[in-house]
Write a new protein. Structure first.
Length: 175
């Protein structure tokens, strides 16, 4: 932490650039520890920094983290509001590192709310983004394998493929 403070003390721009991944990491850490108040503080600061700089990926990830905290605490209206903000942040932008996570959280939220069709659509979208990310890594076989071996990536891709099947069958069915 002292090294971070020394580097960021030198430049306001550097401080801002380094604060975003730091805040995201701390927010995710506190979410994992179920310290939701601390997680929210970090994610809110991340959103503030990202909004100030126009950084869409971190803005969406901050909102997604806030939605995760709300979802875990069964505060569904807040989760939906944060996800709406996250989806708005990525709309029209190429931000796959945020998009797949936002869509995965949106799918979980929709499932909890009993909206299976919407959940399946978000899972399918999340899996499609992960497939594009995986395809972009084929030049580095080790990185590609490592990415595809991540448990979260495997789960979302598997569920996304399953969710897409009924949609594909429904599209082909005669009317």
């Amino acid at each position: 932490m002292r090294a971070f403070q020394e580097v960021t003390a030198q430049s306001t721009l550097m401080r801002s650039i380094l604060q975003m991944p730091l805040r995201l990491g701390l927010g995710q850490y506190w979410l994992g520890r179920k310290q939701f108040g601390r997680a929210r503080e970090q994610m809110q600061e991340l959103c503030r920094l990202a909004a100030t700089s126009g950084e869409r990926t971190y803005l969406a990830l901050g909102r997604q983290g806030l939605a995760e905290a709300a979802l875990t605490q069964r505060d569904f209206p807040t989760a939906e509001r944060e996800l709406s903000e996250a989806l708005h942040a990525i709309d029209g932008y190429e931000v796959p590192l945020a998009e797949w996570r936002v869509c995965a959280t949106a799918a979980r939220t929709e499932l909890v709310r009993g909206r299976r069709v919407k959940a399946d659509a978000y899972l399918t979208r999340s899996a499609a983004v992960l497939d594009r990310l995986a395809a972009s890594l084929t030049d580095d076989a080790d990185l590609h394998r490592s990415f595809l071996a991540q448990p979260t990536v495997q789960t979302i891709r598997r569920h996304g493929r399953l969710a897409a099947r009924p949609l594909a069958v429904a599209r082909r069915a005669p009317r």
